[in-house]
Design a protein around this ligand. Sequence first.
Ligand SMILES: [Mn+2]
Length: 193
Amino acid sequence: MQTAVYQQPKSGQYQCGDSYFYTETENEFICVLADGLGSGEEAKRSSEVVINIIKENIHTTVEQLIERCNQQLMGKRGAVIGVLKIDFPTRQYTFSSIGNIGIVTIPENGRKKRNIPNPGYLAGYHRPFKIVSDKLDSVMNFILFSDGVRDKDLSQYFLLERDVKRVVEAYKAYQGGETRKDDTTLIAIHYHE
Ligand SMILES: [Mn+2]
């Protein structure tokens, strides 16, 4: 697995409300991106609640992770979240996102697919949510992004690069130091069998 991250707080804020975490063990890879509702310190706190739950429960399923985060955020300021899990022994990937966290899959044939997140946000969420699970191709890329990433950014060819460092560098150059109305996080992930 190779992972590279671009992150930029929105204009006028030092603190980014988006938080992420990823790790790889012998059998699995997990990545989470959370965007706390609101902005600055307060948003950071709610997204960090989510990150800590994931860190403490990395062997849990995507469904259970989202349910746990939801329970912990009940009565607090909410967060939107995207979780991707890759299971090496079964060569399966699983992901889900709630609210404005997007997930793009780029299979071996290079045809990228943007997955529609579940509506809403986590803060005592009761609706059922969709989880996507499928076989990994022998080479596969994923992109997780928060809502500072614009639709037109997603049609840029450099996102199809397999080398994730190049994806992030090209994205940074493309931004040209411009700050956005919203915190921006783009995580590029590469899997190779
Ligand atoms: Mn945001």
